[in-house]
Design a protein around this ligand. Structure first.
Ligand SMILES: [Zn+2]
Length: 315
């Protein structure tokens, strides 16, 4: 019985020592050493770029906490960061391609909408000046006709008046031709506006259909499966770009400090990606998570020992 008791204490001590250093307390005082373990080149980045992303993920925590030694890269560290390429990343890449194609279409729509807006504005401004000139022309023509009519009734105009009237007639004719040209241009413009409007409606219809397909195919409210932290291993499964990778790494580094998920969607430690700021930054909830993971009282840590042993036994 005594032997069993002693063994239990020793085992407890070993477990607890490991647990204190690894999961909670010491990790907050001593640097967490990590290294890059498995690295799959199919992610399309070099290991150097991965290390750079890790350094940025470290900085997310270290800068806010004023601790530049919270995480340290060490070739032979126990904590490995693995880049595991599988179906998840293949799907993420497919999603990204579909998103890019949607964005290209959206840009084309925007260009067309802007062109339509400009042409409509041009049409309205030309229409106003056309109307003003047309009314002025009609008035001048009426005045001219009335004057000619009057001189005809008087048996003809004197030569100097006749000369003025002839000059006026030529001016009116020139104005009529110009007004006709302007009217034709307005009609052409109107046809072009209609064509672009139809094309725009078609494109927007197609775009909306593609957005619907995209949402059906790719948008799911999934948990944070882009990466995980298990038995002193950080595994990265998917990321779309550098910023995304930094976020995933910052999140998993948080778990390596024993920080749990928090409720604020813009927190690094929120269970879903998407609502975090750019560049990534800790929220008050993340900081509180760090504090509670690192500053649990001795009683809290002791109470956690049986729970940890129980978890170890059932796993
Ligand atoms: Zn998580």
């Amino acid at each position: 019985m005594r032997i069993i008791y002693v063994s239990f204490i020793v085992i407890l001590f070993l477990f607890a020592g490991n647990w204190w250093a690894g999961a909670f307390g010491l990790a907050c005082k001593l640097p967490v050493y990590y290294t890059v373990g498995q690295f799959d080149e199919r992610f399309g980045i070099s290991e150097t770029e991965a290390r750079l992303a890790l350094a940025e993920a470290e900085a997310v925590w270290e800068e806010s906490l004023g601790r530049d030694d919270l995480f340290t890269y060490k070739e032979d560290a126990k904590l490995q960061v693995n880049f595991i390429y599988d179906e998840r990343q293949r799907q993420a890449e497919e999603t990204e391609r579909a998103r890019d194609s949607l964005e290209t279409r959206e840009e084309a729509n925007t260009v067309l909408v802007e062109l339509h807006r400009q042409l409509v504005a041009e049409y309205h401004s030309n229409e106003v000046s056309y109307e003003e000139r047309r009314v002025a022309y009609e008035n001048s023509l009426d005045a001219y006709n009335a004057e000619v009519e009057r001189y005809n009734q008087e048996g003809g105009a004197p030569p100097d008046v006749y000369k003025d009237l002839e000059k006026k007639r030529v001016q009116l004719e020139t104005e009529r031709i110009e007004l006709n040209d302007l009217g034709d241009k307005l009609n052409d413009l109107s046809e072009r506006i209609n064509e672009i409007g139809e094309k725009g409606n078609e494109l927007i219809g197609e775009y909306n259909e593609r957005v619907r397909q995209f949402n059906d195919t790719f948008v799911h409210d999934e948990e944070y499966t882009q990466g995980d932290y298990r038995s002193r291993q950080i595994n990265v499964y998917t990321f779309t770009d550098h910023r995304d990778l930094v976020l995933v790494l910052a999140h998993e580094l948080g778990h390596s400090l024993a920080i749990s998920h928090v409720e604020n969607p813009s927190s690094i430690m929120y269970y879903l990606m998407g609502g975090q700021t750019s560049p990534p930054a800790l929220t008050d909830e993340d900081l509180a998570g760090f504090t509670s993971a690192c500053e649990q009282g001795v009683v809290g840590r002791l109470l956690a020992i049986p729970r940890m042993l129980y978890n170890t036994l059932i796993n």
